[in-house]
Write a protein that binds this ligand. Structure first.
Ligand code: ASP
Length: 586
């Protein structure tokens, strides 16, 4: 084999007539008889190769044998293409005229061709991932991911953070999902849990005096997978001691601004706005607000006081509320109105009343119940003077919010509400510490049980736990939650109280978290941190909607790897060694 002199991308800028040896994959071979063309591709680009029988019969004979995805070494001279044949793309002004071509590896006909276009069969893409990853859009994603990870390390190192790996074989860390378990051979009947996050160990590192820790950490959660979830994923996991919330936010914001700039050249606006949970729930009906556009939820109860519209009047009398959104420019047709109604019903809402505003006047069925005074009050409450549509619902105030929140996102798409461009980040703070369990109604942690309550709410811990707010926060961008974090409980007695509220006895607490509580008994500093989902962040940076695109070897929604076939069965001898027996049906 010859020595490679240049990468294909480097050959785009060498002087014409330079002698080069390039290596890579063949694409688009065209055999025109005495003339054969193909493109030679590596990670850095692709270049046309022109082989003329008359000029070089040896190379021509080899070129005729080439097929898509053969691996070749091509030695020859870079020539400028005739002016009228030049293409407006990198390397499009030149071609390689070979003196010799060596086939280094042959390829079967690939199940899909290596182009910018995404093959439609996802499982095939995962099964032949090595081919999918050769496609230029995937190369670009891998590069963005690499750059972002590399720059995160550089940025955090500059702030005095240490990158520290925590074990993969560890003890269960409750993050609300099922654990992946690994049986111990030397201690039969005992299991390690793969970390759902390094939460408890990063807290332990703070007790160890590390002060500033981060890790690009792999987390494992055995959940029912949706298209945008993976059983293993990567977080920027970070923890700091002795800092205020604002100091931590500066690190989170700075990290994002740095990697968006370095990996995709985008300037992120700093600082991020901060909203409380209570505020975003009432304004956006969700804890992941998309703040690129308005259509915020407003309370129109006042505007409808004394209304003759029976549905609203009876709800208001019963102490309920009329809430809704105003969608500027929207003129839903009868059919669209039915669809919107179906949409809110599916989301658990009773029904939607629409009031259109056309040429400054209310129209539609509801209009006859809206006199001039009501209309003025409505517009004032909405803070909108133009044409569009009020979309209104009546009911129990808190129950209306999530439905209206979903409706807001839906209509923004459906009626093309103008959005501010780019990436709009914000923080949402002061979440409830607990939420009621869907089945039992008992308090369960909204974040994880190591989150500190707000100082002023600690007295409610036992008497009214669902009222307690936490010193916790989410980072949100364009309506997507990127991650969350909190101040941690660093007082072991307070930690016990919080765990007891979850129905744990002191024995269970000691068995599961004794090591942590013991450690805090030796001087635990106040500390806080967060974890951000890097797969999702890279997907947003790369402009793809699927996190599978940014994970090199992803799994299907049934948690399988089509490339390797994992998970696979194991032999009886392996099970015997682990002292495990499969149950019937296993
Ligand atoms: N460990 C948490 C999570 O994975 C984040 C944190 O509180 O730092 O969501």
């Amino acid at each position: 084999m010859q020595k490679r002199t240049h990468l294909v991308g480097e050959a785009f800028s060498v002087a014409p007539e330079t002698q080069v040896t390039l290596m890579g994959w063949v694409e688009r071979q065209r055999d025109l008889g005495s003339l054969v063309f193909f493109r030679l591709r590596d990670r850095w680009g692709s270049l046309q190769v022109r082989v003329n029988e008359g000029e070089n019969p040896g190379a021509h004979a080899v070129a005729r044998k080439l097929r898509a995805e053969f691996v070749v070494s091509v030695s020859g001279v870079i020539k400028l293409r005739p002016e009228d044949e030049r293409k407006d793309e990198p390397g499009g002004d030149r071609e390689l005229v070979p003196e010799s071509i060596e086939i280094l590896g042959e390829s079967k006909t690939p199940p899909f061709y290596i182009t910018d276009e995404t093959p439609s069969d996802d499982t095939l893409r995962m099964q032949y991932r090595y081919l999918d990853l050769r496609r230029p859009p995937m190369v670009r994603i891998m590069e963005i991911r690499h750059r972002a990870f590399f720059e995160l390390r550089r940025y955090l190192d500059g702030l005095g953070f240490w990158e520290i790996e925590t074990p993969i074989l560890t003890k269960s860390t409750p993050e609300g999902a099922r654990d992946y378990l690994v049986p111990s051979r030397v201690q039969p009947g005992r299991f390690y849990a793969l970390p759902q996050s390094p939460q408890l160990l990063k807290q332990t590192l703070m007790i160890a005096g590390t002060d500033r820790y981060f890790q690009l950490s792999r987390c494992f959660r055995d959940e029912d997978l949706r298209a945008d979830r993976q059983p293993e994923f990567t977080q920027l996991d970070l923890e700091m001691s002795f800092v205020t919330r604002d100091e931590l936010f500066e690190v989170g914001e700075g990290s994002m601004a740095h990697i968006f700039k370095e990996a995709i050249g985008v300037e992120v606006k700093l600082p991020f706005p901060v909203y409380t949970y209570a505020e975003v729930m009432s304004r956006f009906g969700t804890d992941k607000p998309d703040i690129r556009y308005g259509c915020e939820i407003r309370d129109f109860s006042g505007a409808f006081s004394g209304t003759e519209f029976r549905v609203f009047a009876s709800v208001l009398e019963a102490g309920g509320a009329v809430k809704g959104i105003f969608v500027p420019g929207a003129k839903p047709s009868r059919k669209e109105e039915d669809e919107l109604n179906a949409f809110v019903r599916k989301g658990g809402g009773g029904g939607l009343a629409l009031l259109r505003v056309q040429d400054g006047n209310p129209t539609g069925t509801l209009a006859k119940f809206v006199d001039e005074q009501h209309f003025k009050a409505l517009r004032e409450a909405a803070g909108e003077a133009g044409d569009g549509t009020f979309m209104l619902m009546a009911g129990e105030p808190d129950a209306l919010l999530p439905v209206l929140g979903q409706l807001r996102v839906h209509v923004a798409e459906a009626f093309s509400v103008p959005k501010a461009g780019g990436f709009q980040f914000c923080w949402v703070v002061d979440f409830p510490l607990y939420e009621p369990d869907e089945e039992t109604g008992e308090p369960v942690p909204m974040h994880h049980p190591f989150t500190s309550p707000l100082e002023e709410d600690i007295h409610l811990l036992e008497s009214d736990p669902l009222k307690v707010r936490a010193d916790s926060y989410d980072m949100v961008m364009n309506g997507v939650e990127l991650g969350s974090g909190s101040l941690r409980v660093f007082n072991p007695e307070l930690q016990r109280r919080i765990l007891r509220n979850l129905g744990m006895t002191d024995d269970v607490i000691t068995e599961r978290f004794g090591f942590l509580l013991k450690a805090y008994g030796y001087g635990g500093p106040p500390h806080r941190g967060f974890a951000l989902g890097l797969d999702r962040i890279i997907a947003l940076m790369a402009g793809t909607s699927s996190i599978r695109d940014v994970i090199v070897f992803p799994k299907t929604t049934s948690a399988q790897c089509p490339l390797t076939g994992a998970p696979s069965e194991v032999g009886d001898d392996q099970l015997a060694e682990l002292k495990l027996k499969l149950r019937d049906g296993g």
